[in-house]
Design a protein around this ligand. Sequence first.
Ligand code: MN
Length: 289
Amino acid sequence: MKICRFNEDRIGVVLDGEIADVTTILESLGNAHYPYPNHDVFIQNLPRLLPELAALSKTAPRVPLSSVNLLSPVANPGKIIAAPVNYADHLHEAVSQTELNHGNKILTIQMVGLFLKATSSLQGCSHGVLIEHADRRNDHEVELVAIIGKSGRNVPKEKALEYVAGYCIGLDMTVRGTEDRSMRKSVDTFSVAGPWMVTADEIPDPGVLDLRLTVNGEERQRANTRDLVLNTAELIEFATAYYSIEPGDLIFTGTPAGVGPVKAGDVIHAEIASIGAMEVAVHKKRNIV
Ligand code: MN
C-alpha cells in the first residue's frame, strides 16, 4: 500500500494517480498525554490500521494526486539516521574531489559510522528545498529511506527487515564544506522524504531497486541499491548497536556517485523503482523578519 500525508495533515492511500482521503483513520489513534511519545504514533499503529485503511480506501473521497501538497510521509520521526559514503563509487568520488571533501579525510562507513540529521530539516516533496547559504555549494543526494516500524536495539541483520514498516525516497541535501555532517545536512528543508511511503510487504527485497536523479532533466545519479556497501539490513544492525530505533525513525541509506550542486530555480526529479517519483523545486530562502 502507498500511504501519503497531504495538505493540512491529511492521510491518503495512493491509488491509480488519485488519493483516497482516509484521514478519519486518525480518530482511532486515541489521545496522547504529556509527555508525548518521542516516536511516530501513526507508524507505530500501522500494523493494526492497515486492514482498516484498505477498507476505507474503497469508499473514501478521491482527489487527484496532482492537486495536493505532499508532506513527509512520516510526521514525527524521533530521529533521522543517515549513512555516509555507502556506495563504493561515491566513496571514490568523495576521496578524489576536493570540492567534495574540503580536505576532510574520507573514511569508509565502517570507520566513520553513521550520523544524525536534525528532525527539523524534514520536509515533504511539494514544499521544495530552500537554499539558505547560496554562497556555498549545495548538493543533491538521492537515497532509499527505510521507515522503522517497531522498537529495537541490537537487531541482528538476519531479522532487521522485520523492523521496517516501509520505504520512501529521500534527498539528503548537503552544504559542502569543512563542518560536521550533522550541521551541513541539517539545514531546514535539507531532509526531503516522499512522495509517499510504500509498505514493506510491497518491497520484500530493498537490495534490488534502481534509483535515479535528474536536475532540470539532466541525469546526475543512476544506481541500484544492490551496490550499497552496507545494505538496509546491515545498516539497521549497525545503527542499533548504538541507538534504540523507534517507530517512525528514518534511515537514509546513502547516495551513489554523481552528487552535484543545485541552485534556486532548479527542479530535482528523484525516482526509485517500486516506490515512485517526486519533483522537488529548489527555492531561495527568504528570511522572515
Ligand atoms: Mn547522504
